[in-house]
Design a protein around this ligand. Structure first.
Ligand SMILES: Cc1ncc(COP(=O)(O)O)c(C=O)c1O
Length: 392
């Protein structure tokens, strides 16, 4: 058995990334300034999306995105319940109603069919979330939404490194909100990015993300700046600081390399896990040009076939020094969200009780991955394995 604990997540920064942060700290500009601008340009160029607006979290990007789309009281925003609570929280903060749609039990994301089951004349925005970084065919969802005058804001928290038919999240919908949280494929410790091709939406999101002011500090305090500014409307304090942008910029340069390691770990996991009874995996990508970002690698445990339930398996893995997580406790089951009118979500209810996220990050060695696999093979249906080994 493994002697030391393998954490679910462990961000490891390179010397170059740390040096980039230090350089930014030394250049006497601590808040939103030239490095944020550089990050925004690099993100727009790399993604092919016209506008990139750096913010201090994905939650902030979802909030200003929904706000800039005009979401308010009386509106409904469709999203999965099987996701992080941020989208529902921002919808409620704007006085609108989150409406939960069910997921496909194999991809774990919304589909046109599950969306169509809950759309009403009040639906203003759909917020699909490519679960774990598995592309969800955004083009089909956008086509459906456009025909009905509904906007699409992708919750792209897991999508750095993902390609949907060869394209970044944000190219097809009205906007996409990325997360740079510590567990994500590209981190700035805390941070986020709103991508959009829509000029008006970009302008409004930029202003609303900084108190509704028409000039940020860089435009006011530099030699060419002016002290004057207007506040066009009430907004939020969501700007990203330069030292954090320096980290994100350095990580963006390393994204392809980090992705190769994620791909290798995912394929090492999948090869052996496919043979394990009672363990199902998220459906593989199928469209040409699709690429999973492997922000998360999830198992679906079938208690009967595996001989052990999800919760007991998590405990047994912990005893074997393997950290795991669960993504997600569905939002509609939280005490603070139970009062929302709720649609039937049979797949969400069935699937979340089976989910376990395994550790997957570039700093993991092949031995770490094998430790997880060895532990799973020992715990899950051990008799089958002992039998197979005896027979071999
Ligand atoms: C699917 C999803 N959406 C939104 C968020 C919120 O991201 P942030 O922490 O950057 O606000 C997360 C973060 O974990 C997430 O996983």
């Amino acid at each position: 058995m493994r002697q030391t604990f393998l954490p679910y997540c462990k961000p490891v920064l390179t010397d170059e990334e740390i040096a980039a942060v230090v350089r930014s700290l030394q250049n006497s500009w601590l808040t939103t300034g030239p490095v944020v601008k550089e990050l925004e340009q690099a993100f727009a160029e790399t993604s092919g999306v016209k506008h990139a607006i750096a913010l201090n979290s994905c939650t902030a990007a979802l909030h200003v995105g929904l706000h800039a789309m005009g979401v308010g009281p009386g509106d409904e925003v469709v999203m999965p319940s099987l996701t992080f609570v941020a989208g529902a929280q921002c919808t409620l903060e704007l006085g609108a109603t989150p409406v939960f749609a069910d997921v496909d039990p194999q991809t774990l994301s919304l589909t046109v069919e599950t969306i169509d089951a809950v759309v009403t004349s009040r639906t203003k925005v759909i917020v699909p979330m490519p679960y774990g970084g598995r592309p969800l065919d955004i083009q089909a969802i956008v086509r459906y939404a456009r025909e009905r005058g509904i906007k699409v804001l992708e919750d792209a928290a897991h999508a750095a490194g993902m390609l949907d038919r060869g394209e970044w999240a944000g190219l097809h919908g009205d906007a996409a909100a990325y997360s740079f949280y510590a567990t994500k494929n590209l981190t700035s410790a805390e941070g986020g990015m709103l991508l959009t091709n829509d000029d008006m939406l970009a302008e409004r999101a930029r202003v609303v993300g900084l108190h509704g002011m028409d000039r940020d500090a860089w435009k006011r305090y530099t030699a060419s700046g002016s002290w004057r500014y207007d506040v066009r409307e009430p907004g939020f304090k969501y700007n990203l600081a330069d030292p954090l942008a320096a980290l994100a910029l350095a990580q963006l340069k390393r994204l392809d390399n980090m992705q190769l390691r994620r791909d290798a770990i995912a394929s090492r996991y999948a090869t052996r896990l496919r043979e394990l009874p009672g363990i199902d995996l998220q459906r593989e990508v199928s469209n040409p040009g699709d690429k999973h970002s492997w922000c998360m690698f999830v198992l679906l445990v079938d208690e009967q076939r595996a001989g052990i339930g999800r919760d007991a398996l998590i405990d047994a893995l912990r005893d074997a020094n393997i950290g795991t997580s669960v993504h997600y406790i569905p939002t509609h089951l939280f005490s603070g969200y139970r009062s929302l009118g709720m649609n039937a979500l049979p797949a969400t209810e069935a699937v979340w009780r089976r989910l376990i996220s395994l550790p997957l990050y570039p700093a993991m060695s092949d031995d770490d991955v094998d430790d997880v696999l060895d532990a799973l093979e020992r715990i899950v249906a051990p008799k089958t394995f002992a039998f197979a080994q005896r027979g071999a």
